[in-house]
Design a protein around this ligand. Structure first.
Ligand SMILES: [Zn+2]
Length: 145
């Protein structure tokens, strides 16, 4: 099954700040969160409704891992509320581009991957989706509410 390509992901300013908090709390390790939400416009746009902060059980600054049981609990609760996992967020103490490990993991999780990294001395969030071995950049739209 080829996942539909997502061209845009919408976050509220508040959610963006929430993600920055997750990054700061996890530092120097990579911070991780699941993005639960809905798809719109024939599944070409993703809208984030809920953010679930996850523990980086890898305790690493170059990779991350989440507990599969915790993941399952979060997904079950999301489905109950008619939400889907539209994305995965993680932070990098490096530029916001998928690492080799990320690319491998993205193959099994064809949702939007937000990487919160550093360009020069500034934090920058970028989003990607891997479809059929091809990396596509996804536009992040920030809205007030
Ligand atoms: Zn990464």
């Amino acid at each position: 099954v080829v996942a539909p390509r997502i061209t845009k992901l919408t976050l509220t300013l508040r959610q963006k700040r929430q993600l920055y908090g997750i990054r700061r709390r996890a530092a120097p390790h990579e911070g991780v969160a699941l993005l639960l939400g809905t798809y719109e416009h024939k599944r070409t746009c993703a809208k984030v409704i809920r953010i679930s902060e996850m523990e980086n059980v890898a305790q690493s600054s170059s990779t991350f891992a989440i507990d599969p049981e915790h993941h399952y609990v979060i997904l079950t609760a999301a489905i109950k509320d008619n939400l889907e996992q539209v994305g995965i967020y993680h932070s990098h103490p490096a530029p916001p581009y998928p690492s080799g490990w990320d690319l491998e993991y993205m193959e099994y999780n064809p949702c939007v991957w937000i990487i919160d990294g550093i360009v020069g001395s500034r934090h920058q969030m970028r989003a990607y989706q891997l479809i059929d071995g091809e990396v596509y950049e996804v536009q992040i739209q920030t809205i007030l509410e």
